[in-house]
Ligand binder design. Structure first.
Ligand code: NAD
Length: 446
């Protein structure tokens, strides 16, 4: 009998639906049919592939409201945010496709040499649950436009929205160019070890390391967008209001379940009292509830394991002497009420690990060097943010992160890449460099 993944609303445990888990024995067949579909897809030519994708995304437009509702129910984010993710995906897909085609144009290097960008083959796209469409889309589009075929494994937490997305695109795409398999780490591991040529992964650091080991035998190409433990430094001359607003918004976004959410805040002791007071005030306005509640800002936590982890981090901080300014380790089922913790210290889980929950964790510093040292004392290096005036740029320059924000959040404009440093991964979402990851570069000299 075939196994099923059952999908529940994380806000109340209601059953949403189920979907068949892909049999381990079938994964090689899926990859092999993706491989068979390659020749035609490559021959289609890049401009035509862009047009086909544009049609495929237009095909989703009439269903955007249903998509948003399903995404919200399955992942837990409120309907406004879910709608934003859906429209970003549906309208962003064709935009990314054109960007990719531009990045992959043959280049003349002079002296009779040209540089070409050829498809790699079959791409495995493995994605997380926190932005179940956006994260997958950022990698599926460049993979397909480059002429690869794709086998997509979404998270086992959000299989239904992923299935609906792929079904919608596949009404237009040629057969087996984009396929989906369902399951958890077991299916993921088998896919990684199958005959795929590139693995584009977004998820946790631990799984990224496992994928890297398994991919090494055939030296498969890897794109790794992993977790973060993003620091924020608030300097003495920072605007308290803007810093406090950012600290709360970035710690609570998507119920804290965002790779670049602010996880640790280091504030100059001279302004710490005022900063903490304002953070608590702002955090108290945040409303916790299910995806369809009016005015909700913080949705449920995706599952019990993640909920337990957040509570453990808060409890650990309490045990080690932190001051609880709001919320705390006593939390309801499924949700985490806005929590603000002060006097975070280096031995606390809040400081050392990615908490991934709606917690503002604050520590005071005496010297800027001490703040920089603690901010950088992490294996992660996804984003880092500095608020302040005179020394802000100099401090930002010392941040060991792929993306740095000065008096604002991380993430550049236009075609800039989304990129991590250190063990937050390597490879990019977006940008010409990012799109070229899905190709084999060929240098042809005459
Ligand atoms: P996860 O690593 O547990 O799972 C991600 C995906 O990998 C899922 O589809 C899962 O089934 C699959 N998987 C699990 N074990 C596997 C294995 N051994 N081999 C192959 N696939 C396997 O991550 P998650 O809990 O879904 O997502 C949260 C994490 O993702 C956080 O760490 C977050 O910071 C990170 N994230 C990073 C970015 C980024 O852009 N850097 C974006 C979103 C999320």
């Amino acid at each position: 009998m075939s196994k099923k993944i059952v999908s529940y609303d994380p806000g109340n445990g209601d059953l949403i639906g189920d979907i068949e888990v892909t049999d381990i024995a079938d994964i090689d067949k899926v990859v092999s049919s993706a491989s068979d579909a390659l020749a035609n897809w490559m021959e289609t030519g890049i401009d035509e592939r862009v047009k086909i994708l544009q049609r495929a995304y237009s095909n989703l437009e009439s269903e955007m409201n249903q998509f948003a509702k399903l995404l919200a129910r399955e992942m837990g984010k409120d309907i406004g945010r879910a709608g934003g993710e859906v429209s970003g995906t549906v309208y962003g897909g064709p935009y990314i496709a054109r960007d990719v085609a531009d990045a992959l144009k043959k280049q003349d290097a002079g002296g009779g040499t040209s540089i070409e960008y050829r498809p790699l083959g079959v791409a495995a796209v493995i994605s997380p649950w926190n932005y179940p469409l956006a994260m997958a889309n950022n990698l599926i589009v460049p993979a397909l436009v480059a002429g690869n075929t794709v086998v997509f494994k979404p998270s086992e937490e959000t299989p239904l929205i992923a299935q609906k997305f792929v079904e919608g695109l596949n009404e237009i795409l040629p057969e087996n160019v984009l396929q989906i398999i369902h399951g958890d780490g077991e299916q993921g591991r088998v896919l990684v070890e199958s005959n795929v040529n590139i693995i584009a992964f977004t998820g946790s650091q631990a799984v990224g390391k496992d994928i890297m080991k398994r991919a090494s035998g055939q030296l498969k190409r890897l794109v790794m967008e992993l977790g973060g433990n993003d620091p924020m430094i608030v300097l003495e001359d920072a605007g308290i209001e803007s810093a406090a607003r950012f600290a709360v918004a970035s710690s609570f976004e998507n119920a804290g379940q965002m790779c670049t959410s602010t996880e640790r805040i280091y504030v100059d002791e001279k302004i710490a009292d005022e900063f903490e007071d304002r953070v608590v005030e702002i955090a108290s306005y945040y409303k916790v509830g299910p995806w369809d509640m009016q005015g909700v800002n913080i949705g449920p936590i995706i599952n019990k394991k993640q909920h337990d982890k957040i509570v453990e981090h808060i409890y650990d901080a309490e045990l080690k002497g932190a001051r609880v300014l709001l919320g705390g380790s006593l939390q309801p089922e499924r949700y985490i009420n806005p929590t603000v913790i002060a006097d975070m210290s280096e031995d606390m889980l809040l400081e050392k690990e990615e908490t991934f929950g709606p917690v503002v964790a604050i520590s005071r510093f005496k010297t800027i060097d001490e703040a920089i040292e603690r901010a950088n004392n992490s294996t992660y290096g996804l984003g880092a943010v500095v608020f302040g005036k005179v020394a802000a740029a100099a401090v930002a320059d010392k941040m060991e992160a792929g993306m740095v924000g000065i008096n604002r959040g991380v993430g550049g404009s236009g075609s800039s890449p989304w990129v991590g440093a250190k063990q937050s991964g390597f490879g990019y979402h977006g940008s010409p460099e990012g799109h070229r990851q899905f190709t084999q570069v060929r240098v042809v000299s005459t």
